[in-house]
Unconditional design. Sequence first.
Length: 528
Amino acid sequence: MSTAEKSGKYDRQIRVWGKHGQDALFSARVCVLSCHPALLECVKNLALAGIKSITIVDNAKITADDKKYNYFVGNNHKETLCGAAAVRTLSAMNSEVTVDWLNEDPEEYGLALTGGFDLVLYEALSPLEAVLGTGTRSMVSIAVETAGLFGYIRPFARHHVVLEPNEERPASLHLSTVWPELEEYLASFSLDRDDEAAYIHTPAVVFLYQVLTEFTAKHGRAPGYGDRKECVSMVERYYVKFNEMNIDEAKSMVNTQLLAPAPAPPAVLSDPIVAGLVHSAHTFIVHPHNKRESLFWLFAAALRVFIERHGHLPVSSRIPDMTCSTEAFVKLQAIYTAKAKADCHELRDTMLKVATGCPEQQTVQTVVDDVDDSVLALLTRNAADIALVSFPPAIHTRLDDMPTVVSDMPAVGQVAVMFSAARRFIDAHGRVPVSDADIQPLQAIIDEMLTPAAFGTDTAFRPPLTMVTSFARSGFSAMGATCAFIGGIAAQEAVKLLTGQFIPISGELMHYGAPGDVVCGVIGKSCV
């Protein structure tokens, strides 16, 4: 398929994560350990998104239940093995994706797996958690599980870098850090009230800058939220007939453009790796199979140098729409665009300079050279929000932390207690809960877990009997609705991990889809 055809086929998602994000998906290799319906729902979405390849590892035979409830293997009566049937179904969904199948035990294969994939999907509550969910292997993974109406997702990596969080922030006019070209242009407007045509087509930013200048001269400081009333009153003095749209816009921008503090530098800039790069400590080694991570650290170091040099984040070319003459807006846009390009150019030069201090100078410089100007502009736009995401240990390994980490989400904590109790039940009985006979043993495990020493008299995290009963009766069945929901969310998290865009779940998602009382939330978030 040609580049133009691919762009047309994946146009809608390219609008979300850009060509470079789609290119990351085009090269992504995903391993799926078992044909659990929730895992196949997840990888189905990734196949439709256009990843490079899928490798399914499963040696189970198709059962009567599979034929009834697992669409991916049950609709193909020619095959007798789940993996072979899943390959046929997934291959039909996107012919551009390579789908392979290994007729091996998924647990044995996963326990021996050391690399070769960009993402591994597997069932939680299995021996694979001890390998793929603890950092003993440097692989990115997502654990998924369902039990009737209950669902569980846990992404994991040693750490994950996010260059494009795409957080929604209002476009900034950078009035607190104007540069000569912008200052000269803003001062060029006469604000002659007698020239009505020119006055009503003056951009709102001109009035805001005048107010900022007057306020600073009067008080010797920049305005804050406590000065809103005074600033609004100063803007209102520019009304002539009290119906000028540009003055209305200036009033509406007081909070976002005059009073809101400038975005703080991202916390990751204080990381020792960034400090080492800035001061040429010769400690940085490029990751040959993860250029995005190498780019992240180089960009963070250059950003730190930029802020130390200028005292603020780089300028973005994005400005809010304003009621003014076309000529004025085009000129404004050109001024901001020129400044943004200059800042990007400075950041690239700094990245190259930082690269000269690295042990693998030539390789690191290649990482910088490969960055397109349009991508660098996107990184600059997201500079305030770049993040290093860490993944805390699973909550079942630190259950005593429950009152702290989910104090505001007791219902989510109850679902977490259920999955933690299920793990202990499996360890004790060698199987999952399957019937009413397992309700009492499961309840006994819960009572043992929720010790007064850790939880005191707080009963908010104690699952009600109806929840325990529903869990025990589920038999860890793969209900279609639950699998589709959990698989869909898991696919979204997979895209975040594969593209380095948006902030992924850095804890565990718990779901309970009881009719009329749906519970869904994340336990344990960590982001630097």
